[in-house]
Design a protein around this ligand. Structure first.
Ligand code: NAD
Length: 284
């Protein structure tokens, strides 16, 4: 069996057309969705991510600002800037690009963002709302995975979803979103005993581990849906996921590639959340 490829780039492009239309509708009533990105220091990867987010805003006709802060900015200085953006009516989404320097309390920073502008969906209020199935900003990568499945016509209800990885930004929330959609969910992590026992039972396997080519054909059952969240470099320096695409794609039913799988959905859902925030601001 050769797996059907879930083309994240195509699905993201389709979603972005819908988002651009919503942006136009909001502009017609005098609201331009605005995203503020705060970048602390000079991390090369962070700079690339931030540039891509700004580019996406531009392409969709949205307003975006980049606030660059030095590596040695004080926690107080960063919190003061967030507070200013919380009050700014032209800004509907605030994002602090992670990682931030270790001496700044990341939790405090996330909690200082107004939940109404927390388009990353990292604020405990949004996480709590997500858990209880209320209106919330959903974290972008997990949300993007849900949209990929939906757009591919893969129903989650009643399926056994096995998530490998339990980070706060990917593993944990994606399992929760699956549960909200009536899946049976198993979480695996670095201390899981006999990982293969669990992964082989998955109808849908989500790999969010951060180890290049970690999931092999032996880890999956024939015909499984395999979602690869990983962004890694192999020994040759080439971009690759957590899933050994070459062998797993011979056994899976569906698979997301890296690149052009989950990656393009993350920024797309960030744009979606910012537009949602702008639309909700008109009702306040
Ligand atoms: P993380 O390092 O915070 O978490 C990794 C998880 O993997 C941990 O929960 C750990 O318990 C688990 N793990 C580690 N070794 C394991 C093992 N041997 N067996 C089972 N589980 C193991 O990583 P993260 O932030 O969740 O990111 C995971 C990957 O996804 C990374 O490659 C990251 O770059 C990528 N990522 C991609 C996107 C995207 O937009 N596509 C977004 C976020 C993260």
């Amino acid at each position: 069996m050769t797996a059907e490829i879930i083309n994240g780039k195509e699905i993201a492009a389709k979603k972005r057309v819908e988002i651009a239309k919503q942006v136009q509708e909001l502009k017609e009533i005098g609201v331009t969705p605005g995203l503020a990105v705060i970048l602390v220091g000079n991390n090369h990867a962070s700079r690339t991510y931030v540039r891509n987010k700004q580019k996406a805003c531009e392409e969709l006709g949205m307003h975006s600002i980049l606030i660059e802060m030095p590596e040695d900015v004080s926690e107080q200085g960063l919190l003061a800037k967030i507070d200013e953006l919380n009050q700014d009516p032209q800004i509907h989404g605030i994002l602090v690009q992670l990682p931030i320097p270790k001496y700044i309390d990341e939790k405090k920073v996330i909690e200082s963002i107004s939940p109404a502008k927390d388009v990353d969906g990292f604020h405990p209020i949004n996480i709590g709302r997500m858990m209880t199935g209320q209106n919330a900003f959903l974290p972008c990568t997990p949300y993007g995975i849900m949209v990929l499945l939906e757009e591919t016509g893969i129903s989650v209800s009643g399926k056994h979803v096995v998530v490998v990885g339990r980070s706060n930004i990917v593993g944990k929330p994606v399992g929760q979103l699956m549960l909200n959609q009536h899946a049976t969910v198993t979480y695996c992590h670095s201390r899981t005993k006999d990982l293969m026992f669990h992964t082989r039972q998955a109808d849908i396997l989500i790999a969010a581990v951060g180890i290049a080519n970690f999931i092999k054909a032996d880890h999956i059952k024939e015909g499984a849906v395999v979602i690869d969240v990983g962004i890694n470099r192999n020994e040759a320096g080439k971009l690759c996921g957590d899933v050994d695409f070459e062998e797993v794609s011979q056994k899976a039913g569906y698979i997301t590639p890296v690149p052009k799988g989950v990656g393009p959905m993350t920024i797309t859902m960030l744009m979606y959340n910012t537009v949602k925030s702008a639309a909700e601001s008109t009702a306040r």
